[in-house]
Design a protein around this ligand. Structure first.
Ligand SMILES: [Zn+2]
Length: 310
């Protein structure tokens, strides 16, 4: 069966799959990234994992994969296949596409940004299936986003399109890692909610999931923390709505695990802020932590279809 390699390289773990043309998963595997061993070791681990996946494909289907897609964090140059910078994994200007292509015997390789490939997968085979224009927001350690337009992701002129986490929603607010103050991710990421709830509850180990549980139990202090995050997120979404007018906003990442505890007040907060804008549907992401890996596989399939039409 014709298949491609789909590989998502995360800060701590790698998720991989062999993907059929319709996006169905034929084989899945995970492996630690091993960043404690240094950048060179991480790169070697990625290349070894890809080679093992190719071998897995050959032994299962009697033919090797037709292409490979890999999603990495940080700044990337998609066009030239270069992993430009990752603070987490330590590389600079790594020619990832070339290295992988060589290791895989000349196979075509696509390189994608982890959140944008995750958004691509949500748009094509997840919560945004059939939706022409959507905004994907991932609420994790930080907040990242992806702008979906007719089955592809708009990366912007420099590869920074969709960075809704760094929209300033509270001028002069908390210091952000990017250097600005009051960015959305300082208020509404899973980490921001964890920090706020740890401070408010007096329990340094309390996290966003504990905050959500306390909200469900009606704890007024938890509700205050929660609404601060929900309000900031609604401000960010409304800004995006005015600018991009998506029909659907797909929200994923750790904080979205809270389900209706997040989505019910978030939808209300968005609705009450809109004036002339059409309200977007605000829906949970479907693909969870496999989104980026699936999206990497879709990029690989896109490469093959471009070859056919070229
Ligand atoms: Zn920022």
């Amino acid at each position: 069966m014709k298949h491609v390699i789909a590989l998502d390289v995360g800060g701590t773990g790698m998720k991989a799959a062999l993907l059929a043309q319709d996006g169905s998963v034929l084989f899945e595997a995970r492996r630690p990234t091993g960043r404690e061993h240094g950048t060179d070791a991480v790169v070697a681990t990625i290349l070894d994992f890809a080679a093992d996946l190719a071998e897995e494909g050959r032994s299962r289907f009697g033919q090797g994969p037709a292409a490979a897609g890999v999603a990495v964090p940080g700044t990337i140059d998609e066009k030239n296949g270069i992993a430009v910078f990752s603070a987490n994994l330590g590389w600079r200007d790594l020619p990832m596409r070339k290295l992988l292509g060589e290791r895989l015997g000349g196979l075509p390789v696509a390189l994608g940004h982890d959140v944008r490939t995750g958004g691509l997968a949500e748009g094509r085979i997840g919560a945004g299936r059939g939706v022409g224009r959507f905004l994907f927001i991932a609420l994790g350690t930080g907040i990242a986003g992806a702008i979906g337009i007719e089955g592809r992701i708009e990366a912007g002129a420099h590869g920074y399109g969709g960075e809704i986490g760094h929209v300033v929603v509270r001028p002069g607010g908390p210091q952000c890692g990017c250097g600005a103050k009051g960015c959305l991710e300082t208020l509404a990421s899973a980490s921001a909610v964890s920090r706020a709830w740890a401070a408010a509850s007096g329990d340094p180990a309390a996290d966003a999931a504990a905050c959500a549980a306390a909200v469900q139990a009606g704890d007024p202090a938890a509700l205050a923390v929660w609404h601060q995050a929900v309000d900031a997120l609604a401000d960010g979404i409304v800004l995006a709505q005015s600018l991009l007018d998506p029909s659907t906003v797909i929200v994923g990442g750790g904080l979205a695990e809270a389900g209706d505890t997040l989505f019910t007040p978030l939808r209300a907060a968005v609705a009450e802020r809109l004036t002339f804008q059409m309200p977007p549907k605000v829906v949970p992401a479907m693909l969870k932590d496999t989104a980026a890996s699936l999206g990497a596989g879709l990029l690989a399939w896109d490469l093959l279809s471009m070859e056919v039409t070229a």
